[in-house]
Write a protein that binds this ligand. Structure first.
Ligand SMILES: [Zn+2]
Length: 405
């Protein structure tokens, strides 16, 4: 009893002092996700998400392929990513992370049509924090399709509108302070709900390429000759077309997308540079483009909203010239990269990467190496190697803008 009273007094004191010190601005930190678990039962698959707070959530289905999407507010994801899913029950995969600066998303890949039968938040109990519980059961294709159509009309995505339409007017005038600086946009691939390539020991492409992008940006800025922007500077999902729109809005003169691949054969290693082409230079390049283009699909983005025909024609007109420039940059880059580490044979390749489709910005995609290869992975995680890569990229950019005659 005394203890309780004491505690109460202390709490009151704390509350009063808190009021005087903590000023008027209420600070509310983002809720934290501490664990995500999945349990297979006879009649359902249950997913439990442990949270530090009660949150609003919204669930909707997507078909081709079958997925269930859970939208949540922005949260800190402390939970260890569990991306290697055993095929037990209905759910074959689960991804989660920041989807934009104000929203998080969980995407469940399904082996067959399914729906959420029950969803609720349990208050803290038995040493456990708040828990969001989802019970998933089998349904029919017809049922799932009609649910998807209903949700398409009623569910407004949490996502902020695209920063600029793909072919809208180019953005702001160049900053007078940076009048003589060339504008380079670096695009770290993937992010947030889309991890990109994943290795057996849990290395995620999205982290590796973000780290590389930051060092590259710093190197360019140190020269004093470049104004550099990143399409993302943290672990957040960005749609492919928003990456392009971002580059255009910044009046980018060069767009460099950074990736790291993974393949079944652990022996394959080396860097490679890609530029856009309707026809891929080989089967592997085509397969790689297909994999990278899946980014939006993985994050559960509705692709049906794109008015494809019109943009395709306009892009084609503007693209021819920037494609030549992209190729020129790619060959300089291959030359500089050869001093850093092994390159894949035919290191400059062509393929239909969605992220390279800015009509008027010369764009290349660099695969920095293979996370599935031990030596490449070790290099990609090393700071020394990162600096060497950044330096080679920087020298290529310099030579591209000031060609040696
Ligand atoms: Zn990638």
């Amino acid at each position: 009893m005394t203890k309780r009273l004491l505690f109460r007094n202390f709490a009151v004191l704390f509350w009063i002092s808190g009021l005087t010190v903590a000023s008027v601005i209420p600070v509310r930190s983002e809720p934290t996700v501490s664990a995500v678990r999945l349990g297979v039962h006879v009649d359902k698959t249950r997913i439990v998400i442990e949270l530090s707070d009660r949150v609003d959530f919204r669930i909707f289905p997507m078909i081709s392929p079958y997925r269930l999407v859970v939208d949540l507010p922005a949260m800190k994801w402390r939970a260890k990513p569990r991306l290697d899913f055993h095929r037990t029950g209905l759910v074959s995969g689960l991804r989660y992370g920041l989807f934009s600066s104000t929203a998080s998303r969980i995407v469940l890949d399904l082996d067959m049509p399914a729906r959420v039968k029950n969803s609720f938040i349990l208050p803290p109990a038995g040493g456990k924090p708040y828990r969001l519980v989802l019970d998933i059961v089998k349904t029919s294709h017809i049922n799932m399709t009609s649910n998807e159509q209903t949700s398409r009309h009623t569910v407004k995505p949490h996502v902020p509108p695209a920063r600029e339409a793909l072919l809208g007017p180019p953005g702001r005038k160049p900053d007078p302070m940076n009048f003589n600086k060339r504008v380079v946009v670096i695009d770290p691939g993937h992010g947030g709900v889309d991890p990109g390539a994943v290795t057996r020991n849990g290395i995620l492409e999205k982290h590796v390429v973000l780290a590389a992008a930051k060092v590259f940006k710093k190197r360019l800025e140190q020269s004093g000759r470049y104004k550099v922007f990143l399409t993302r500077d943290r672990d957040v999902f960005v749609r492919l077309r928003d990456r392009i729109a971002f580059a255009r809005s910044k009046n980018a003169e060069l767009f460099v997308s950074l990736h790291a691949d993974a393949t079944k054969s652990r022996k394959v290693r080396g860097m490679s540079v890609y530029t856009l082409s309707e026809r891929a230079s080989d089967k592997e390049a085509a397969a790689l483009a297909e994999k990278e283009n899946k980014s939006d699909l993985i994050a559960g983005v509705d692709l049906s909203a794109n008015s494809k025909e019109v943009t395709d024609i306009l892009i084609d007109l503007a693209q021819r010239e920037s494609m030549n420039e992209s190729s020129r940059f790619a060959s300089v880059l291959v030359d500089k990269m050869s001093g850093v580490g092994p390159l894949l044979p035919n290191s400059h390749r062509f393929a239909g990467f969605a992220v390279l489709k800015a009509p008027d910005v010369p764009s290349v995609l660099v695969e920095l190496g293979f996370l599935s290869n031990e030596r490449d992975a070790r290099a990609l995680l090393s700071g020394t190697h990162r600096t060497k890569v950044a330096d080679a990229l920087y020298r290529a950019v310099d030579e591209y803008f000031n060609p040696v005659e």
